[in-house]
Write a protein that binds this ligand. Structure first.
Ligand code: NCD
Ligand code: ZN
Length: 346
């Protein structure tokens, strides 16, 4: 039997939601991951350190007894964010990053930033105190095709911002294009990227061929095959600038299976099995630990986890539920469309 032992992984981009949904999904993260960067796009969003502290409290209260899991809190950047509040949050150790959602880019982002100039005071402060900015890298103007929105964001927003503030540390989250990968590779410093589980596995055909499949729809939307290949190469290369951010984003099935379905794919429960499969396929199992457990903490300046997990390859496929039941309703689990044999040993 094949097996691999790695440092306990972290998830550098996760949606835990709130209330009954939070209670229904948190165990799927705390089972395999030691820490996660928690997205602030609640309704209403997490905009102040006070909001973040309260949300952290609700997450800790929902955590299954005995599980050790550290939520790394973020603030949702608005045009009115107070630089002093952000600095206070960093100094107290509560805040790990600030999240930029261009207004309207994705789920619950209407309060995001329209005019980046208005956010400059807080971005300047973050550059000074070394607090990373996590970006949802898509423009939202209606004249830009949805498949081009990441590339256009890099050219018209991200690159000018980085030239204006070279000291700002930027995480380009859920990179979905070769353009994104190439841009990150071209930067000498202060730029890194997270990659999701599902973008390593699906291209846009999964959403559109043979019928419309809402459970493969997320934002940024999956792109053409050559982009997926570029993501795979980056993730499995061991390059320290790339690390795991699942972007696991639960929505109840009725909100995905309807005339205007929500964006988001739920992968917390089977990410480590999927990743072991992907890295084995690419002859890179020895680099899984870098991607899932080492590169992220190095980028965020946090210690690596001392605990280990072991993944074993079973002869029979491992079964995951098709959907999980939460108090908010059923949530369909990501189906990689191949049998999963790798299993986290408990
Ligand atoms: C996320 C969500 O549902 O909150 N959806 C998604 O498709 N990834 C928002 C996001 O990260 O874009
Ligand atoms: Zn997300």
């Amino acid at each position: 039997m094949q097996s691999i032992t790695i440092r306990r992984p972290d998830d550098w981009h996760l949606h835990l939601r709130d209330g009954a949904m939070l209670e229904g999904v948190i165990a799927d993260s705390s089972r395999d991951f030691a820490r996660a960067i928690i997205m602030p796009n609640l309704v209403p969003p997490v905009v102040t350190t006070e909001d973040a502290e309260a949300y952290r409290g609700r997450i800790m209260a929902a955590l299954p007894k005995g599980d050790r899991f550290e939520p790394l809190m973020t603030l949702y950047l608005t045009e009115h964010t107070d630089p002093d509040d952000v600095e206070k949050g960093k100094e107290s150790g509560l805040i790990t990053a600030v999240k930029l959602y261009p207004a309207g880019a994705t789920t619950n982002s209407h309060g995001g930033v329209r005019d980046i100039d208005k956010a400059m005071p807080v971005l300047e402060r973050m550059a000074r105190i070394g607090l990373p900015l996590c970006v949802h890298g898509e423009v939202t103007t209606s004249d830009v095709d949805i498949f081009d929105r990441e590339a256009v964001f890099i050219e018209t927003v991200l690159d000018p911002l980085r030239k204006r503030l070279p000291e700002l540390k930027v995480t380009m989250e859920h990179v979905t294009t070769k353009d994104g990968i190439d841009y990150i590779k071209s930067a000498e410093r202060n730029l890194a990227g997270s990659i999701t589980t599902h973008h390593l596995i699906i291209n846009r055909n999964a959403i559109l061929v043979g019928g419309i499949r809402p459970h493969y729809y997320c934002l940024p939307v999956a792109k053409r095959e050559h982009h997926r290949v570029a993501l795979r190469q980056a993730a499995t290369s061991g390059d320290a600038r790339f690390f795991l951010g699942t972007d696991s984003a639960p929505h109840v099935d009725p909100l995905k299976e309807c005339g205007c379905g929500c964006a988001g794919i739920y992968t917390s429960i089977n990410t480590m099995s999927c990743l072991a499969h992907v890295f084995e396929q690419d002859n890179a199992l020895d680099r899984l630990e870098a991607f899932a457990s080492l590169n992220g903490p190095a980028w965020y300046g946090l210690p690596i986890n001392e605990e280990r997990i072991t993944l074993v390859k079973r002869a029979e496929p491992v079964s995951f539920p098709v959907k999980i039941e939460t108090g908010a309703g059923p949530v369909t689990v990501f189906d990689p469309m191949f049998p999963l044999h790798w299993d986290v040993e408990r």
